[in-house]
Design a protein around this ligand. Structure first.
Ligand code: HEC
Length: 230
């Protein structure tokens, strides 16, 4: 996160439009894009299943900045992340898939059908994270590509950052990752967002709105209800 100062500063200038006036000289020295086509993500927020993907996320093949090395390795019949975390789906609980170590994970059927929790994560990501982190976990000039972050952070580190936030110190740009621990629209779905990003990072899920998904199970609905209304 070091060399991003200028780009980030500019990103903030654009986000705040009016603040940009005094910063024109800086802004003009870079050719970076503004963060995450900010308006699109914000506007797309919490609508339901009918939510539209912003147009610019349309087809686009896989990430240009993609990994040279395979993101996920197979070892002894298991799928393992570069950070050593096993992501092989093992059992279901409350309508969500978990690994043998009870870490949330995703499952994509052979015909491409995505499990419901990961689909839920896609929706929540698009509503709450997209605005800064870019469409489909791809990142922006303002905030990192979370589809890559989940390959290096482990599940608990991810949770901790989403709960408590993070602030880049030591820069005039003042990058801020907000704390979401008290925001139920995020916190009740944090595992869903995590597994959606895992599916993206593992390279198993194409960009855009997942085409085929499982329907919501009663278990999932009950758990969701008790979290949102509890
Ligand atoms: C207001 C903009 C903003 C929003 C909204 C936002 N983030 Fe962030 N996030 C950031 C910035 C900026 C950073 C980098 C902060 C730093 O490095 O200090 C970051 C960093 C992170 C990181 C650490 C990534 C890494 O590789 O170290 C995670 C994980 C993360 N965000 C998850 C989320 C999730 C999940 C959501 C949606 C629920 C979200 N963020 C919404 C701005 C945002």
């Amino acid at each position: 996160m070091t060399s991003k100062t200028t780009a980030s500063l500019m990103a903030i200038c654009i986000a705040c439009a009016t603040a940009a006036v005094g910063q024109t000289a800086i802004a003009q020295t870079t050719s970076e894009q503004p963060p995450a086509q900010a308006g699109a993500g914000a506007a797309a927020a919490v609508s339901g299943d009918a939510q539209q993907q912003p147009a610019e996320t349309a087809p686009a093949a896989d990430a240009p900045a993609a990994e040279e090395a395979p993101a996920v390795q197979e070892a002894g019949g298991k799928l393992v992340l570069p950070n050593g975390q096993d992501i092989t789906p093992d059992h279901m609980e409350n309508g969500r898939w978990y690994t043998a170590e009870d870490i949330p994970t995703f499952k994509i059927a052979e015909d491409g059908t995505l499990d419901y929790a990961a689909f839920s994560g896609y929706r929540r990501y698009s509503a709450e994270c997209h605005v800064c982190h870019g469409p489909d976990g791809e990142g922006s000039t303002y905030a990192p590509a979370l589809k890559n972050s989940v390959l290096k952070l482990d599940y608990y580190e991810f949770q901790e950052i989403v709960a408590s936030g993070k602030q880049e110190v030591n820069t005039a740009a003042n990058l801020v990752m907000p704390a979401f621990g008290t925001n139920k629209n995020v916190w009740c779905y944090v595992d869903d967002i995590y597994v959606y990003l895992l599916a993206r990072g593992a390279g198993d899920l194409p960009r855009g709105r997942p085409a085929k998904k499982e329907s919501k199970s009663d278990d999932f609905a009950a758990q969701e209800d008790s979290c949102m209304n509890g």
